[in-house]
Design a protein around this ligand. Structure first.
Ligand code: SF4
Length: 312
């Protein structure tokens, strides 16, 4: 068995780790990690897995999770935690209520003749020194800052892990009690970051095993396991065209739902100027051109966003 150093390491002597918790997104990487642990190919055996449910995963993910939790698949329990339903929150956001923002796209149109500030620098500060009028209409597309990962994934998992290790409403120790396993593979290594909190260390077993996503799929096939669906919220704006197309052509209910939510959030979101869209081209989802084979330059790194806990 290959052992690599733990990020944020335990040092020498007896391990102070009291809990090993595997972050389960129920996609390819975390499923492989969990099953490899079950086979004894990664160790020591985790005490549990934790799945953070946003309430808006495709049915295939919930079916796959149910299989993972069924008898004789994993030798450790899977805890399901939730901070509410992200879809409900999005609908409420379209009504001007508070939301944990998703990385949706905005389209802002500035008409010709609009008054714009002329900016300059004064003593290191940017200041307006006058105004000008725009010569022609301009359209700008932006992305809303993402809070959903923290609110719907990181916080509920953290809360559960602290509860399991007896740290609820207690001061955190200055040494790690918890080892958190994250399913990031070598092709996403840039997303593997150490813990910023002294009471826990993160481990990236797939990186320790030098496994890519393709290696994970090969391992699952070799062991005759069902191939997991891609896990992420149905309407996650990080989806690339291939993912949207697959949903449109294979999961009609999810597609209709995403189109519906996309329409609902168009206007009325507090603090957002312009219109809001789920598709990165900033047009209504059911009108977006999904035909391009790959989204060149469009953040392929995010492909399995929530699987590795949305890039913690
Ligand atoms: S899958 Fe997308 S929308 Fe859902 S929590 Fe992760 S980043 Fe946010």
């Amino acid at each position: 068995m290959f052992h690599a150093p733990i990020v944020g390491g335990e040092g020498h002597g007896p391990s102070p780790i009291r809990l090993r918790a595997l972050s389960l997104g129920a996609g390819v990487q975390s499923t492989t990690m969990a099953l490899m642990a079950a086979h004894g190919e990664i160790g020591p055996m985790p005490d549990c897995a934790v799945f953070a449910d946003t309430g808006w995963e495709p049915k295939a993910v919930y079916d796959h999770l149910a299989w993972l939790m069924s008898a004789n698949v994993l030798p450790f329990p899977v805890h399901i935690v939730s901070a509410g339903n992200i879809r409900d929150q999005l609908i409420a956001a379209g009504d001007g209520q508070r939301w944990a923002s998703i990385p949706a796209f905005t389209r802002t149109v500035t008409p010709a003749g609009a008054e714009m500030p002329i900016l300059d620098e004064d003593d290191g500060e940017i200041v307006a020194i006058g105004t000008r009028r725009t010569a022609k209409e301009t359209v700008s597309v932006g992305m809303i800052r993402r809070q959903c990962t923290t609110e719907f994934k990181i916080v509920p998992i953290r809360r559960k892990v602290r509860e399991l290790v007896g740290l609820t409403r207690k001061r955190s120790p200055d040494h790690p009690l918890v080892e958190q396993w994250i399913g990031i593979s070598t092709d996403e290594i840039i997303r593997a970051k150490p813990s910023f909190e002294a009471w826990q260390v993160k481990r990236f077993p797939l990186i320790e095993m030098r496994m890519s996503r393709a290696d994970c799929l090969a391992w699952l096939k070799r062991h005759d396991y069902p191939l997991p669906p891609k896990s992420a919220c149905i309407g996650c704006p990080f989806h690339d065209n291939a993912r949207w197309r697959h949903m449109r052509d294979n999961d009609r209910d999810a597609w209709v739902d995403a189109v519906d939510v996309d329409r609902t959030i168009r206007t009325g979101i507090r603090g957002i100027r312009g219109e809001v869209f789920l598709h990165r081209s900033a047009v209504p989802l059911d009108e977006a051109d999904l035909s391009t084979p790959a989204d060149h330059g469009q953040l392929d790194l995010w492909a399995n966003e929530c699987e590795g806990m949305c890039g913690v």
